[in-house]
Design a protein around this ligand. Structure first.
Ligand code: MRU
Length: 353
């Protein structure tokens, strides 16, 4: 992804393997947009912590990070007594770090397939998994750009750029690709309470100079009803056999309103987000996160000149914090995949082969 670090141009993925230091390294998303900071994980346990604390987030990036974490565990335990038991514990710890995104399981299973072969091969497999996701982001950009036209107003939710997809992005990829080809449009970025992933989207769009405005999540109905949104495009954390999608909480609300006003509504994702084993959205486990994320808000204090956290409710206020919701397939206009823009019938056909 294109980064501007203190005026210097850089190009980094969201997560990578540092072969010299034998570490998983990632751009710490909890520090953005205020600070670009690289976080290093020396053990799979540190990878579990990085995923749980959202230093890395976005379904495909989580999958790639988990794949690297398992490869690290294979390297740590290789040749030790009870090797298979130990790597199975690592697999389980990584798998339970976040339950909704299927990419996580897909990344782990990809590396698990060769965990009896060699530790070196485990690293190669994890790298292949991550590189394939990044490549599919580029393909999604090429496929999805056909939906983007001059002067459009496009609404997006959560974060779906390179940070979420190792590189290039899911829903942001068609936007960035079109912008780089000279198409001019405007993006409304949902703030995405409580973790404010909109900050990441706004930051990523700024890296490419894409014209955008951040809105509170609750403003989207007003914008759609007043003809200010031509297209809604967002990502997915799990897409199941019948075409239902789990995505960041608030996606379902957007889909209902978009449908009411006949605004096209698309989800973009790579192959690792498709879950052939789950029949409908009703079976998807929705992650419930700590309510503290609602009553405490993290930000940058100009007076203290550092990042800080403040309470916006009294400590004993009851809050409920489901991190995702399920949007039924009938509310989607189509699915932007590396294999084309698909209908729900085409989706199952493509992913069953
Ligand atoms: O909780 P997060 O920040 O990991 O949630 C991210 C999302 O829900 C994204 O919209 C999703 O991963 C799809 S885009 C790659």
């Amino acid at each position: 992804m294109k980064l501007n670090i203190n005026g210097e141009e850089a190009d980094l993925p969201a997560v990578w393997w540092n072969s010299e230091q034998k570490m998983v390294q990632l751009i710490d998303q909890t520090k953005l947009p205020f600070l670009i900071s690289i976080h290093s994980c020396s053990t799979y346990r540190e990878v579990v912590e990085a995923i749980m604390s959202m230093k890395i987030r976005g379904a495909p990036s989580i999958g790639a990070t988990a794949a690297y974490g398992l490869a690290q565990a294979i390297n740590e335990f290789w040749g030790k007594p009870d090797y298979l038991e130990k790597v199975q514990v690592a697999y389980n710890d990584l798998l339970s770090s976040r339950p909704t995104a299927v990419d996580l399981k897909n990344g782990l299973d990809f590396v698990k397939d060769i965990w009896s072969v060699s530790p070196e091969e485990a690293i190669v497999y994890a790298q292949k998994f991550a590189q394939n996701i990044a490549m599919q982001g580029k393909e999604i950009g090429e496929v999805g750009k056909s939906l983007i036209r001059e002067n459009m107003n496009i609404l997006t939710h959560c974060h779906t750029g390179a940070l979420a997809l190792v590189d290039h992005g899911s829903a942001l990829a068609p936007l960035v690709t079109s912008w780089e080809e000279g198409i001019r449009f405007h993006v409304y970025v949902d703030e995405t309470r409580p973790r404010m992933q909109g900050r990441l989207t706004s930051w990523e769009l700024s890296q490419y100079g894409v014209d955008h405005t951040v809105i509170c999540d609750s403003a989207s109905g007003h914008l759609m009803s007043s003809g200010k949104v031509d297209l809604v495009i967002l990502g997915a954390d799990r897409v199941v056999r019948n075409g239902d999608i789990a995505n960041k909480v608030g996606t379902h609300n957007l889909a209902v309103i978009a449908n009411h006003y006949s605004i096209p509504f698309y989800s973009a994702f790579p192959d690792t987000t498709f879950d052939l084993n789950t029949p409908t959205g009703a079976e998807i486990v929705i992650e419930e996160r700590n309510p503290q994320e609602i009553y405490e808000v993290r930000g940058f204090s100009k007076t203290m000149n550092k990042q800080t956290c403040i309470s916006v409710y009294q400590d004993n206020t009851r809050c409920y914090n489901p991190a995702f919701d399920v949007t039924p397939a009938e509310l989607l206009s189509g699915y932007i995949t590396p294999h084309g823009i698909l209908t729900k019938e085409e989706l199952l056909r493509v992913y069953s082969n």
